[in-house]
Design a binder for this molecule. Structure first.
Ligand code: COA
Length: 346
C-alpha cells in the first residue's frame, strides 16, 4: 500500500498498456472561421488558449462512431481482436440514455462483452483506466478496451466566446491487459479526487433530472456548457499540480525522474503553468492542443497517440499523466513507456 492520500494500490496484477489508437473527424475549423461567429481573434485564441484549429464531427457522426474508429485502431495496435470489457469515457454520449459503450462494442463485433460509460469530465479517460485496472486486478477481466471519445461541439454554443474557441471533437483508445506490476507499460498508483462543491463551474444547466420540471421552459443557452473559465483555470493548475506530484511520489519517482508529462489539453497556459509549478521543462510536456483543441475525455489518449507517433515517447521514458475537468474531478498516474508499442492513427 502507498501512504499517498487518495492513492490506490491495485495489488499484484497490473493493467499494462499494449495498444493505442486515435481518430479525428476530418473537418478542420481554424480560428479565422470561428471568429466569423464570435467576437474574438486568431491572435487572442492562440495567445490565451494556444489553439489554432480544432476538429468538428459533422452530423450524423457522433461520439459512438469516433469511439469505434479509435478502438478498432487500438485493438490493431495491440494485435488483439477482442476484449473482456469496454469502458467508454465521455461527457457527450450519443443519447442521454442508454450508455454508448454497448453500441460501440456491438459495432466492433464484440457482442456480449461488458460495456459501460464513465462520465468524469476531462478526467474521464484516466478514471476509466482506473476502473479497468481494478477489473484486471480483481481478475474480472484480462483485457479491457478503454476509450475516450467526445462530440464536445454538440455541447458548445457556437456563439459563446467563453467556450466555442476551446473545445473540439475526437477520440482516443487504449488496450490494457493483465501483467506484472513492474512490466513496462504497467499503470502505476492512481491519485484521484473530486470537488462537487464546484459542480456548476463547468456545467450544462438543462436537460437532466434536476431541471425536469422546467424541461420546456429552459432557454436555448441552458442546453449548452457554461463555464467560469477564470475560476476553472485556477483550480485546474492547483489540482493537476498536486495530483501529479502525489502520483509521481506514489510510484517512487522524484519529479526529476519524469521524462514526459502528459497533461490533459485544457489550455496551453494551464499545461505550461502545471509543468512550471512541478519543475518539469516545457519541452518535456508534449502538446497537441494547437491542432485539436480541448477534446475533454479524448484529450489524454489522443495526446498519448500523437506523442507516441511523433517519437516524443521513447521506450523506458517515465511518463506522468494528469487530467482535470468538470465535476470537478481530477486524476493522475504513471507508466514507463513500453518498447514496441506503435499507436495507430488514421
Ligand atoms: N476572445 C477575445 N477576448 C476574450 C475572449 C475571447 N474568446 N474571452 C474573454 N475575453 C476577454 C474578456 O472580455 C476580458 O476582457 P477585459 O479584460 O477587457 O475585461 C479578457 O479577455 C480577460 O477575460 P478572462 O475571462 O479573464 O479571460 P482568461 O484569460 O481567463 O481566458 C479562458 C478565458 C476561458 C480562455 C481561460 O479562463 C481558460 O482557459 N480557462 C480554463 C478553461 C478550461 O480549460 N476549461 C476546461 C477545463 S477541462
Amino acid at each position: 500500500m502507498t501512504d499517498t492520500p487518495g492513492a490506490t494500490d491495485r495489488g499484484r496484477t497490473a493493467a499494462v498498456l499494449t495498444g493505442l489508437g486515435a481518430w479525428l473527424p476530418p473537418r478542420r475549423v481554424p480560428n479565422s472561421e470561428l471568429c466569423t461567429r464570435i467576437d474574438s481573434s486568431d491572435q487572442w485564441i492562440r495567445e490565451r488558449i494556444g489553439i489554432a484549429e480544432r476538429r468538428i464531427a459533422e452530423p450524423p457522426v457522433a461520439t459512438g462512431d469516433m469511439a469505434v474508429e479509435a478502438a478498432a485502431r487500438a485493438l490493431a495496435s495491440a494485435g488483439a481482436c477482442g476484449a473482456d470489457a469496454l469502458v467508454l469515457a465521455t461527457n457527450t454520449p450519443d443519447r442521454p440514455c442508454p450508455a454508448t459503450a454497448p453500441w460501440v462494442a456491438h459495432r466492433l463485433g464484440l457482442p456480449a462483452v461488458a460495456a459501460f460509460d464513465v462520465m468524469a469530465g476531462c478526467s474521464g479517460f484516466l478514471y476509466a483506466c482506473t476502473v479497468a485496472a481494478g477489473l484486471i486486478a480483481a481478475g474480472t477481466a484480462q483485457r479491457v478496451l478503454v476509450v475516450g471519445a467526445e462530440t464536445m461541439t454538440s455541447l458548445v454554443d457556437p456563439a459563446d466566446r467563453a467556450t466555442a474557441p476551446i473545445f473540439g471533437d475526437g477520440a482516443g483508445a487504449a488496450v490494457l491487459e493483465a501483467g506484472p506490476p513492474h512490466a513496462e507499460g504497467a499503470l502505476g498508483p492512481v491519485v484521484w479526487g473530486s470537488d462537487g462543491s464546484l459542480s456548476d463551474a463547468i456545467a450544462v444547466p438543462a436537460g437532466g433530472a434536476r431541471e425536469r420540471h422546467r424541461r420546456h421552459l429552459a432557454a436555448p443557452e441552458e442546453h449548452f456548457v457554461q463555464m467560469r473559465g477564470n475560476e476553472v483555470f485556477r483550480h485546474a493548475v492547483r489540482r493537476m499540480s498536486a495530483a501529479a506530484r502525489q502520483a509521481a511520489a506514489a510510484a517512487g519517482w522524484g519529479i526529476g525522474d519524469v521524462d514526459r508529462l502528459i497533461a490533459h489539453q485544457a489550455n496551453q497556459r494551464i499545461t505550461a503553468t502545471v509543468a512550471d509549478t512541478l519543475g518539469i521543462p516545457a519541452a518535456h510536456a508534449p502538446s497537441n492542443i494547437a491542432q485539436v483543441g480541448n477534446t475533454a475525455a479524448a484529450s489524454v489518449p489522443l495526446l498519448l497517440a500523437h506523442a507516441a507517433d511523433q517519437g516524443e515517447l521513447k521506450p523506458g521514458h517515465k511518463v506522468l499523466l494528469v487530467a482535470f475537468g468538470s465535476g470537478l474531478a481530477w486524476a493522475a498516474t504513471t507508466l514507463v513507456w513500453p518498447a514496441g508499442l506503435s499507436a495507430r492513427l488514421p
